[in-house]
Design a protein around this ligand. Sequence first.
Ligand code: ZN
Length: 537
Amino acid sequence: MKRLQLYDTTLRDGSQAEDVSFTLDDKLRITERLDDFGIHYVEGGWPGSNPRDEEYFRAVKRSRPKHAKIAAFGSTRRAGVKAHEDRNLQALVHAETPVITIVGKTWDLHVRDDLRISLKANLEVIHDSIHYLRKHADEVIFDAEHFFDGFAATPDYALECVRAASDAGATLLCLCDTRGGSLPTQVAAGVDAARAAVPTPLGVHCHNDCELAVANSIAAVEHGCVHVQGTINGVGERCGNANLVSIIPVLQLKRGIHCVSAAQLERLAEVSRFVYELANLEPNKRQAFVGQSAFAHKGGLHVAAVQKNPETYEHIDPALVGNAQRVLVSDLSGRSNLLYKAAEYGVDLESNKPAVQALLQELKDLEARGFAFEGAEASFELLMQKVVHGDRVRHFKLIGFRVIDEKRKEDEPPIAEATIMLEAPDGQIEHTAAQGNGPVNALDGALRKALVKFYPEIQEVRLHDYKVRVLGGGEGTGAVVRVLIESGDEHERWGTVGVSPNVIEASWQALVDSMDYKLYKDRRGARRRRTDAATRG
Ligand SMILES: [Zn+2]
C-alpha cells in the first residue's frame, strides 16, 4: 500500500472562511483531535499575523502532539530585505516548529502586478527565504501559490520558481490551485511537468471554487503527489479548501493508498462533527461519507433492497467511516421500513403482527394530521414504544402552563414569560417560571427548570434547531403548523415533532418529546450497558 502525507490547514486556511473563527482553546482541542485521528501535519497558524497564533505555538509545544508535526505558516521575505532581517521569517523561526511552510509567487502575473518586482528578483526571494529557514527547521515546505494558473500562463517561469525552491533545499513543494479554477486534467499536467523538473517530493493544495477541489487533489495524487493539503469539512476562504473528510476515504478505500489506520478511519464522522461543533457551523446533512443522509434510504424499494444486501444502494460500508445506514419513515414507507426501524431501536415487531398493523394505522393517521417523522426520529421511537407497550414513555405529568408575551411600548422589545406546573413520578408538584427570548424559548426554559430538579441530566440537552412550517395554507394565520426541533447532548442529536393550529402547543409537543426522549434513551442506554456487563460476567 502506498503511503500519503496528510496536511491539515483547518486552523489557518480554514479559519479564513466566512463565519469561522477559533479561539485559542478551540485550536488546541482541534490539534489534539487531528493528532489522534492520524493527520501527519497540522498547520497551526500564521505566527507573524496575530498574537493568538503566537500564543498557540507556545501552548502547543507544551501539549506535545503524539504523532502530528506542527507547521507554522508564513510568506517569503519581502523584496529588498535580507531573509534574516525579515520580520515575518523571524516570527516563523521563533515559533520553533519542526516544520515551516512558506508561500511564494509562481505566476508571473502576480510577480509583475502584485509584487511589482522583476521575475528574477522573485526567484531570489524564494531561494533566500527557503535557504534561511532551512537552517532553523527540520522541514521547509514551499507552497507554490497559483502554480497551476502560472503553469497554464507561462509554464517555463512557474517551473523555474519550483526549481528555485528545490535548489534552496525545500523538503517538499506543494503545488497550489489558489483560485480554485483549475480542472483535473490541468492539475494532472502541472504535476507531471513539476515531477519532470525537480527531484523534490510534491504535494497539492486545492480550493473549491469549481467544486473540484477533491477531484483535483485525487488527480494530483494519481500523478505522483505524496502529500495532500486540505481542511476538515472543506472549510476555507471563499468556497473552501479541499475537503480531507472526502479525500481520505476516497484514497484509502477506493485507491488503496494508506492515509490513516482502519480504526482511525472509523472516527471520520466524529472528527467532522467535532470541527463543525467548534466552528459553530451546522453540519451538512448531505455531506459525502459522513453526512446524516449519506446512507439514508427513503423509497420503499430501496429499503427492501438494502435489507437484502446493502451493496445494492451503498457504495461503501458506512461503518468504515463511522457512519451508519438509516431508513427514513415517511408516507412512502411500507412494512419493511417499519420492521427495519423497530430492529434498529431494539423493538421486537417481527413477532408482533398486530403491533405492526397498529403502528402503520397510527402513522397514517398522524401523517394525515400533518405529522412528519423524517427528521423527527426520536418522536417516532416514542410512538413505537407507545404502540408496543400500550402507553407512551412518560417522566412527568403536565398540570398546566401559561405563556405571556407582552409588549408595552412600540419601541420596546417584547417580554416573554412562561409558568409551568407539573407532577413528578413521586407525586411532587413543581411550579416554575422563566423569561425567554420569545414565548417558546420561555416555555423551554420553564420546562427545563422544573425537570432539572428530578432529572439533572436535562441540563445536557441543547436546542440546535427550531423550525416552523405552515401546512395547507388556506387559513392564513389560523392554519395548522408543524414544529420540528433538533436537540442534542454530547453523544447524540435527535429530532422531534409537534403539530397544532397553535404554534405554542405544537412547540410544546416537540419540546416534551425531546425531553422525554433524552430521559428515555439515557435509561435505555444504561440498561443496555448493564446487560452487556452481565453477559461478560
Ligand atoms: Zn489556500
